[in-house]
Write a new protein. Structure first.
Length: 314
């Protein structure tokens, strides 16, 4: 089924060229279907690139998805035109009284900044608190996962000496849980961050369960026991060139970044990288949207208070 997006969103042309089924608002208005309403809070600098990555994953699910884009503030972005932001993004005040089936909060280039020093930290906390009453399930990615674990559970991250960048092998720590249906015993996923959570603290917390982990990259997928919040420490949405673009950007800024691990052919930045995580990324988002959103959300979103979280099948 398609993902419904604004008629003129730049991602539409890219997704259609990849045979990802997208539907314009005009066409969707003529269909009598209850789509999943998903809100995306996009904190990444390059808004259009991140929109495309996430819509690509949502468009591979069997459900019709109606997407709203949310911005954290109305300040001008260095990487995205103000016209694009004004045309396609909403402010929080415009959605505050609404309910959504799902919410995705992206990562942000704030890995070395203390949470309380982030200029929009109060806004992030407000949106996270709002989501616990107005959204059936929330998917937090990378920095957003760290921020939410800190705000909701008081668990702080620890800074790394070097940026953790690359594609890492992960394993499942639970076998029978809906989010992991169809997953291989081991799978690859990309990471790009300056901090990580203490995996033992996550495992010891009674309201959390670590579903997948990596010997080299730590915890990857963490789920709240009421299934409302999914924390993903990496970037399943990344396209093949994203880590490459980040690496050469850092080089161009005079930094000395490590070569992303297990990414370039023969570990040579002069060669093309290899994308080996697309299948897992699509399955992760599809399972989340099906089992943790579609299966739980009320038909009438005004009845959000009637949601009863169910226990995981562990």
């Amino acid at each position: 089924m398609p993902v419904k997006i604004p008629d003129d969103l730049p991602a539409a042309e890219i997704l259609e060229s990849e045979n990802i089924f997208v539907m314009s608002e005009t066409r969707a208005a003529n269909q009598d279907i209850r789509p999943m309403k998903v809100l995306i809070l996009n904190l990444m600098p390059n808004k259009i690139e991140t929109e495309t990555q996430l819509l690509r994953l949502l468009g591979n699910t069997p459900l019709q998805v109606d997407v709203d884009l949310l911005r954290i503030h109305d300040k001008e972005s260095r990487h995205t035109s103000i016209d694009h932001m004004n045309n396609f993004y909403r402010d929080f005040e415009a959605v505050r009284q609404k309910n959504y089936d799902g919410l995705i909060i992206t990562g942000a280039p704030l890995g070395q900044v203390e949470f309380e020093d982030v200029s929009y930290w109060d806004h992030i906390r407000e949106i996270i608190d709002w989501s616990q009453q107005h959204v059936t399930s929330v998917l937090f990615l990378c920095w957003a996962a760290h921020a939410a674990l800190y705000h909701l559970y008081g668990l702080n991250r620890k800074l790394l000496k070097e940026k953790r960048s690359g594609v890492f092998l992960h394993k499942r720590t639970h076998q029978h849980i809906p989010l992991l249906r169809g997953f291989d015993d081991e799978f690859l996923a990309p990471h790009s961050r300056f901090a990580e959570m203490d995996i033992q603290q996550l495992k010891d917390h009674p309201a959390l369960q670590v579903l997948t982990e990596s010997d080299d990259a730590g915890a990857y997928m963490v789920l709240s026991t009421n299934n409302r919040n999914l924390f993903v420490m990496g970037h399943p949405e990344y396209q093949k060139s994203t880590l490459k673009d980040e690496y050469f950007r850092d080089l161009g800024e005079g930094l000395q970044p490590e070569i992303p691990q297990n990414y370039f052919r023969h570990n040579d930045p002069g060669l093309e990288p290899v994308a080996r995580w697309y299948g897992h990324g699509s399955l992760l988002v599809s399972n989340w949207l099906n089992y943790y959103v579609y299966q739980l959300t009320p038909y009438n979103l005004d009845d959000m208070s009637g949601i009863t979280p169910w226990e995981s099948e562990i």
